[in-house]
Each structure stands twice: as C-alpha cells, then as structure tokens.
Design a protein around this ligand. Structure first.
Ligand code: FE2
Ligand code: FE2
Length: 133
C-alpha cells in the first residue's frame, strides 16, 4: 500500500501497525509449531505465510515512513531486509535440502522480530504519534 505524500495520519494508522504485529506473532507461532511437527510442506507453507505477511507489513511501514518523512527510514528498512533475508534463506534451504530450520533458528528469528518491534518500530510509532491529527 502506498500513501499519498499529503496523507494525514490518524490513530487508525498506529492501530494498523499494532494489528499487523499481532498477525505476525500468530504466524511466528505457526512456524514454531511446524518446526516441532517437522513436515516439509507444512514448514515451507508456514515460513512462506510469515514471509509474505512480513513483506506486506514492511511495505506498509516504509510507505508510512516516506509519507511522514521519517528520518530513520534507511536504517529501519535495512532491518526489514535483514529479517526477510533470514526467512528467504530458511525457505530456500528447506526447499533445496532436507535441512529444516532448527528451533534455535526460529528462536533467532523471533528474537530479532521482537527486538525490532520493541525498539525500531516503537521509535517509529512515537514519531508517528507526533504526526497524528
Ligand atoms: Fe513492524
Ligand atoms: Fe519495522
């Protein structure tokens, strides 16, 4: 979703980000469950569902950042790329080999996700709050 440059931000935008984070948590939980079950199809599907939602969510955040002229967009987007890279590599590896992401890999993804939400996203949320009309 891309927003026009004159877009006026409202509370709904902050709620959208919050709702997205809850959905990402649900999909992370599904990945954790799939790792425990360890079926190739189920695991790839769960990872792809997480990656696809993350891609959409990151696009939304970056679009809001551009429209609000957020000064830290580059560093923030770099972290999005890093998270997507980890997910894409895990999907690729699982498709090409029988290597399933280990519980540690999934925990690493979760840790990075929660760190990003509690620091980078929180910082952007505060910035956006100042723009809310
Ligand atoms: Fe986020
Ligand atoms: Fe983010």
């Amino acid at each position: 979703m891309s927003l026009p440059s004159t877009y006026d931000f409202g509370k709904i935008d902050l709620e959208l980000i919050h709702d997205d984070h809850q959905e990402l948590e649900r999909r992370l939980e599904a990945v954790r469950h799939a790792v425990a079950q360890d079926t190739t199809d189920g695991l790839i599907e769960a990872l792809e569902r997480l990656r696809d939602y993350a891609l959409t969510h990151y696009g939304l955040e970056e679009s809001m950042m551009m429209s609000s002229r957020y000064p830290h967009i580059r560093e923030h987007a770099r972290m999005h790329q890093r998270l997507l890279g980890i997910l894409n590599r895990a999907i690729h590896r699982r498709r090409q080999t029988s290597d399933a992401p280990t519980r540690e890999t999934v925990e690493g993804i979760e840790e990075l996700h929660y760190l990003h939400v509690s620091t980078d996203d929180a910082q952007f949320g505060q910035w956006l709050s100042g723009k809310v009309v």
